[in-house]
Design a binder for this molecule. Structure first.
Ligand SMILES: [Zn+2]
Ligand SMILES: [Zn+2]
Length: 278
């Protein structure tokens, strides 16, 4: 049974983009799907990728910036309205369990109508939401073992995830500045999907607005492709995938992203694109 990684969305930031969808990844093992991050449009991207909604087993968000969680509830509701009828574990930093409860209250009219009108099972009984207790093991079943570490993405409580399957190890950085915990998590992994910001492309737009605070956040809470290359090299991963690209709509050629990372990493470098399967 071979493991597939599908990049569902490769843009960073909450504003909907014309060229890339918001952050989300699917790891598919046989007939089971594990989704990491639920940016806006994640359900549509699953449909475009041809991944069955009834295959969802677990969903984890790295942190609660809206580019990563805007469609967490929507994904589950819409999957259920399609054909999801089996339990799904949901993981994320606190208060993700409370957030799911609030979302299910928001969706109550639809849920109760479809139970009565279409004979659907109760979605509320299918969702098992868990606040992450801290770094360590997150989820284990017949297909995967998911582990988390806390990363550096101030002021958010943010995590990176590692998914180990029978044939592969895949690490998703989420949002972070370069951090030792991520290097340790990614040690020897087959694939590291790492966020990247292209600072030269941000200078002009930010200088034209009141971008100083935003620039400070970007520098203090995110990673350049060169530093992502350094993290990949230190961790000894085989393949570095640059994703969560900021700015996403700037038409920066793939070679520009890759060349920066190449300065520090001699392994395979892939510039992520929506619906790319690895
Ligand atoms: Zn983000
Ligand atoms: Zn973030």
């Amino acid at each position: 049974m071979s493991t597939r990684l599908v990049l569902l969305g490769t843009a960073g930031g909450p504003t909907p983009k014309r060229s890339r969808s918001a952050p989300a990844q699917a790891v598919v093992v046989g007939s089971a799907t594990y989704v990491i991050d639920c940016g806006n449009g994640v359900g549509r991207q699953l449909a475009l990728a041809g991944i069955g909604f009834d295959s969802l087993r677990a969903v984890a968000v790295t942190h609660h910036h809206s580019d990563h969680n805007a469609d967490l509830g929507n994904l589950l509701l819409l999957a259920w309205a399609a054909n999801l009828a089996t339990p799904v574990d949901v993981y994320g930093p606190a208060p993700v369990a409370e957030m799911m409860d609030a979302y299910l209250t928001f969706a109550r009219t639809d849920i109760e109508t479809r139970i009565d009108d279409e004979g659907r099972p109760d979605l509320r009984a299918l969702i098992r939401a868990h606040d992450l207790a801290g770094p360590g093991p997150v989820h284990e079943d017949d297909n995967v073992r998911i582990t988390a570490v806390r990363v550096d993405h101030p002021p958010m409580d943010a995590y990176a995830y590692r998914i180990d399957t029978a044939d592969r190890s895949i690490v998703i950085s989420g949002d972070t500045r370069p951090c030792p915990a991520l290097v340790e998590l990614a040690r020897g992994a087959d694939i590291l999907v790492h966020e990247a910001i292209h600072l030269p492309s941000l200078d002009l737009p930010l200088s034209q607005t009141n971008g100083t605070r935003l620039r400070e956040h970007l520098l203090g809470s995110h990673t350049t492709p060169a530093d992502a290359g350094k993290v990949a090299a230190e961790a000894g991963v085989a393949t570095l995938v640059l994703s969560h690209l900021v700015p996403a709509d700037a038409d920066i050629p793939d070679e520009v992203w890759a060349a920066e990372a190449r300065r520090n990493f001699t392994g395979e470098i892939i510039v992520g694109a929506d619906l790319m399967t690895l």
